[in-house]
Design a protein around this ligand. Structure first.
Ligand SMILES: O=C(O)[C@H](O)[C@@H](O)[C@H](O)[C@H](O)COP(=O)(O)O
Length: 285
């Protein structure tokens, strides 16, 4: 996210800007936070974007991932954001979802609803969960149809190449470098026609999922990768270790993730780079 934001953040009384570190290698868009400061800064940034897009477009489209991201949204449900954000303009989506009933503990919808959505007044019709009565292929098709309808009605903006352009995507990154449900070596990494695809063989449980594809992720106006875990360098089958040693081949995809990175023509971090951040993260945690 942009450098000027740090100045703005420092005007906010709750934000301790000195608690974040810029990574020495000079990736302008990578910041390392203590866990508490991450939650404070994330809330501040999301609120800023909510105000901007609500004013510009009359809507704010946010796509969530699962994982630990949800607990780092916790400051948004407190004062001042609970009262100042225009929640009625929010439209919430999932970048990936496990194809399980919505009340199942594995459901990303349930995770987000319990930890965040149930605590803020977003209109229920603006929360786009999957149809959990369908198998993965059907659920993916229905979700894509919903996105197309919302693009047509301009609730979701459109990129110059006709893709849905979400105002904000909040992504995590798994220990093997996966984002959304796009896993290293999986054929779905190359999907460039569908907006939403499905898999029955996710290496991470549960196996049945739907996921945004890379073209849709890369078309987003803003992407925040909220990475709070340690990356493993070895696993029983050695797969994770190899992924990290090979500098996970997401680099070009990640390069496209943030328009600001593209503009500055800087290198963007891969999973291996994020692994190198761990000492700093541990220092601040
Ligand atoms: O459905 C899922 O499995 C999650 O959406 C997953 O893709 C998650 O975002 C990453 O694994 C990061 O998870 P952590 O933030 O917990 O590391």
């Amino acid at each position: 996210m942009k450098n000027s934001r740090n100045e703005k953040r420092s005007q906010h009384p709750n934000v301790e800007t000195q608690a974040s570190l810029k990574w020495e290698k000079g990736y302008k868009n990578v910041e390392v936070f203590s866990k508490e400061h991450l939650a404070v800064s994330l809330a501040y940034d999301v609120a800023q974007l909510s105000t901007k897009f609500t004013k510009e477009r009359g809507a704010f489209t946010v796509a969530l991932s699962g994982g630990s991201l949800i607990k780092y949204l916790r400051k948004l449900v407190d004062s001042p954001y609970a009262e100042t954000i225009d929640w009625s303009k929010w439209h919430v989506f999932w970048v990936d979802e496990r194809v399980v009933p919505k009340d199942n503990l594995e459901s990303n919808y349930k995770l987000a609803n319990d930890g965040f959505l149930s605590k803020v007044p977003i209109p229920p019709l603006n929360v786009y969960s999957i149809d959990d009565s369908l198998p993965p292929d059907g659920a993916a098709d229905v979700y894509e149809t919903t996105l197309r309808r919302l693009v047509t009605s301009n609730v979701i903006a459109t990129s110059t190449n006709g893709l849905p352009k979400f105002d904000l995507m909040l992504l995590g990154m798994g220990p093997d470098g996966h984002v959304a449900s796009l896993f290293l070596g999986h054929p779905l990494l190359n999907e460039d026609q569908k907006w939403i695809s499905f898999l029955n063989d996710s290496p991470k449980q549960p196996p049945e999922r739907i996921t945004f594809t890379f073209p849709v992720i890369n078309a987003s106006s803003n992407v925040a990768m909220v990475v709070t875990r340690e990356f493993t360098t070895s696993s029983k089958d050695g797969r994770r270790g190899r992924a990290l040693e090979q500098n996970v081949p997401y680099s070009s995809d990640l390069l496209a993730l943030q328009p600001s990175i593209q503009r500055s023509q800087e290198q963007t971090p891969t999973s291996k780079d994020l692994l190198a951040l761990q000492p700093s993260i541990q220092r601040l945690a």
